[in-house]
Design a protein around this ligand. Structure first.
Ligand code: GLN
Length: 485
């Protein structure tokens, strides 16, 4: 077993006993990057030098007996997290040369916990996409099949973990961007409750939906990372001063006597038969653990996609107004006047999908249309949230597929935005409702592509998700395969 293949908790054990060093782990991860990154292209920026320095510091700390919760562990960050002194592009040409003067709160917390940063991972431009193909810096390939997409928008982070190019990674999830790529790359991805993790320093896409979360090789690692990142931040007005439990205490507990809701609207036409079969098997596993699976209804599910594609572009059109070429980011040359500079900078700086969202959002917010679109969408959103409130009166968690299909081919959906948007049909609802969701591997297709099962829970019930997902992981015993790279 190579060091880069191990989990956070396995490596922490080895560091604690002195069996290995962070320098050795970090060197192993970079050897792996050198071997496979040419095929996968998970990263936009590698931070080799600073990582090796951080590893040396971690080893010093361990020697002095001052080990933190992540000391010496190599972790990758989606290129949407502001990192002081390190380029942060958000996958866009408009931020190609942007070097933030500060760290995101989550980056600060990870640093304080002792993490070693391997680099910044590839992503769909401004996190708009489901395949990582809208990045201005090339596509990321799915480690399980290099002709296929890794999912998106945090595809680089998911691919990096699946290809062992880091031990764990971070992403952001506005409509599925953590859970969907986690499912398509065969790893664990958790989107916490809206308000659970500070987004200070996370470049904003849709502020009422964005959340930060981890990509890990198993559920225990997700619990370890949640312990580090969760909690109130006075610099982030939507973060909630709700007590943070020790998420590790939810591991290994079982779910006997739980009620698990199976929303009937999530088993619809268009779902791939192999995915559906894997989810049916997951339901049996859950029942085998002594939980009761009951059919529930989330009656407004069919409006989720439409609501999301009003709310998210509306907020994006407002958030992205700041990229005007004035203070930072890309500025077009040879401009006649200020207006000409705005136009040329934004025309050349943004890609097609981002422009589409800005146009939809601006339209939906404009006077005369606001009531018909944005206001109506907000009202339906409240109904969607109400569906979840009702379901969680009866159920401890809900179980659904994470994605309707396994990873699709590169290029397959680029000319058809609606088909692309449909890849998030099962993940968008939790963002609209603000509740947490986790994707856990639940099998493979005949062709060997990973499939994920999603669990959802009520607000601030990440502990419950971790309990259920870790119990499932242990009971299902999904064969541990590694992509052949
Ligand atoms: N694919 C969805 C979109 O393009 C969700 C993206 C995300 O969660 N950031 O908006």
């Amino acid at each position: 077993m190579e060091l880069y293949e191990l989990t956070i908790h396995e490596l922490l054990d080895k560091l604690r006993t002195g069996e290995t060093t962070s320098a050795a782990i970090t060197a192993s991860v970079f050897e792996r990057i050198d071997a496979v990154e040419g095929d996968v292209h998970a990263y936009i920026t590698l931070m080799r030098e600073s990582a090796l320095a951080e590893a040396a510091q971690a080893d010093e700390r361990i020697k002095k007996g001052k080990m933190g919760p992540l000391t010496g562990i190599p972790i990758a960050l989606k290129d949407i997290y502001c990192t002081r002194g390190v380029p942060t592009t958000c996958g866009s040409r408009i931020l190609q040369n942007f070097i933030p003067p500060y760290d995101a709160t989550v980056v600060e917390k990870l640093r304080a916990a002792g993490a070693v940063f391997t680099g910044k991972t590839n992503m769909d431009e401004f996190a708009m996409g489901s395949s990582t193909e809208t990045s201005a810096f090339g596509v990321t390939r799915n480690p399980w099949d290099l002709e296929r997409i890794p999912g998106g928008s945090s595809g680089g982070s998911a691919a990096a973990v699946a290809a062992d190019e880091c031990i764990a990674a971070f992403g952001s999830d506005t409509g599925g961007s953590i859970r969907q790529p986690a499912a398509l790359c065969g790893i664990v991805g958790l989107k916490p409750t809206y308000g659970r993790v500070s987004r200070y320093g996370l470049i904003a896409f849709a502020s009422s939906l964005d959340q930060i979360g981890p990509f890990t090789k198993d559920v225990e690692d997700a619990a370890i990372l949640m312990n580090v990142i969760a909690g109130y931040d006075p610099r982030e007005s939507t973060s909630v001063p709700e007590e943070v439990p020790d998420y590790r205490t939810f591991l290994g507990k079982g779910i006997e006597g739980w009620t698990v809701g199976i929303p009937k609207e999530y088993f619809v036409e268009g779902i791939d038969p192999e995915v559906e079969a894997a989810i049916r098997r997951a339901i049996q596993v859950v029942e085998g653990m002594g939980a009761r699976c009951v059919e529930v209804s989330l009656p407004h599910s069919r409006y989720c996609l439409a609501v999301y594609y009003i709310v998210a572009p509306a907020e994006a059109s407002s958030n992205l107004a700041r990229y005007d070429g004035v203070k930072y980011g890309f500025r077009a040359e040879e401009c006649r006047d200020l207006l000409d500079m705005y136009k040329k900078s934004r025309s050349a700086g943004f890609g097609a999908e981002v422009k589409r969202r800005i146009m939809i959002g601006t339209y939906a917010l404009s006077s005369g249309y606001y009531d018909a679109y944005y206001k109506k969408a907000s009202q339906v959103r409240a109904l969607i949230k109400g569906d979840f409130d009702e379901a969680f009166k009866r159920c401890d968690v809900l179980l659904t597929p994470t994605t309707p299909t396994p990873a699709f081919r590169i290029g397959e959906k680029m000319d058809d935005p609606i088909q692309m948007y449909l890849s998030d049909i099962f993940t968008i609802s939790t963002n609209l409702a603000g509740v947490p969701g986790i994707s856990v591997p639940c099998g493979y297709t005949q062709a060997g592509l990973p499939i994920g099962v999603q669990f959802m829970a009520g607000h601030f019930q990440e502990g419950r998700l971790i309990q259920c997902a870790s119990a499932y992981e242990k009971q299902a015993k999904i064969e541990k395969r590694r992509p052949k790279l």
